[in-house]
Design a protein around this ligand. Structure first.
Ligand code: SF4
Ligand code: SF4
Length: 275
């Protein structure tokens, strides 16, 4: 996800350049051996925290180690939010591509690798006190080398996404994009987000195992999806307090999210207690 990307997508959907699909619409697609792996090199695979968490767990690596070994990031100064991607795939062959083009971490591949040739754009629309999510599924632009569109295999969008195991990724993505939307629209983060601030939130985004270890929160006690939700909530608290210190928001625990107390106490409560 990147808001740049999403805004571009929304404009293309509005102009009809991209084809929008409902969950019940059908399309033809199927991967074959002929072009396997062509889509896994020189390509920007954008990442979100759930993508990184699942890959790191699959490989048995600490989240931060995985992040620093396989991911790259850049602070998009215009948006005031960092963008993350698979480092090797952008510069050449993906680190997880096997010699025959197959994916060595297929069961744990990122959401964007799962859903191609479908994309998804989400935006949050405020209506009074309520917030509504608008979700749009579309066919991404065809890559010239990709032969998948020639397949006669027909899927509904729902079948494709279920087969790819994408729906959990979408649920987790909503938690993340809602956080980004909050930081951008309510905290005005483009005015104050710096590389140093990004360093502060990185462990919450990409090191769930480290947080669990420090707080004594076991996977049996709190499942991965719930801990992801708590981590996104913790980032809201941290950013709200930082924004408040700079005059861009009320401190968290007053008008902002989360319970009262010092920031670190509130972050601990959210992560360990799910407040
Ligand atoms: S993670 Fe797997 S599917 Fe995704 S780009 Fe890398 S090799 Fe390809
Ligand atoms: S059909 Fe397209 S998506 Fe599938 S392996 Fe070939 S290039 Fe990749």
């Amino acid at each position: 996800m990147a808001f740049d990307f999403q805004q571009g997508v929304l404009a293309k959907l509005a102009s009809g350049t991209l084809e929008e699909l409902s969950f019940e619409d059908s399309f033809a697609f199927g991967c074959g051996a002929e072009c396997m792996g062509r889509c896994c090199r020189n390509i920007t695979i954008l990442l979100e925290p759930w993508d990184v968490e699942v890959m790191a767990r699959h490989l048995g690596l600490p989240g931060q180690q995985f992040f620093f070994s396989y991911c790259a990031m850049e602070l998009d100064r215009e948006k005031g939010w960092p963008v993350f991607w698979l480092a090797h795939a952008k510069e050449g062959a993906c680190a997880f591509m096997l010699e025959d083009g197959r994916c060595s971490i297929y069961p744990a591949r990122p959401g964007n690798c799962r859903t191609y040739p479908l994309g998804r754009a989400v935006r949050y629309i405020k209506e009074g006190e309520e917030e509504r999510k608008e979700e749009r599924i579309f066919k991404v632009e065809k890559m010239a080398f990709c032969l998948g569109h020639r397949s006669g295999r027909i899927w509904t969008v729902r079948e494709w996404l279920e087969d790819a195991g994408a729906l959990t990724y979408y649920r987790m993505s909503d938690q993340y994009t809602s956080l980004v939307d909050y930081a951008m629209r309510q905290l005005n983060c483009r005015e104050w987000m710096t590389k140093q601030t990004v360093q502060v939130i990185l462990p919450f985004l990409f090191a769930p195992d480290m947080l669990r270890g420090r707080l004594g929160v076991s996977e049996r006690e709190v499942g991965h999806e719930e801990f992801h939700r708590r981590r996104m909530e913790a980032v809201r608290l941290v950013l709200t307090d930082l924004a408040a210190g700079l005059g861009y928001a009320a401190p968290a625990g007053q008008d902002g999210p989360g319970p009262g107390g010092s920031m670190m106490d509130r972050v601990r409560k959210v992560l360990a207690g799910g407040a």
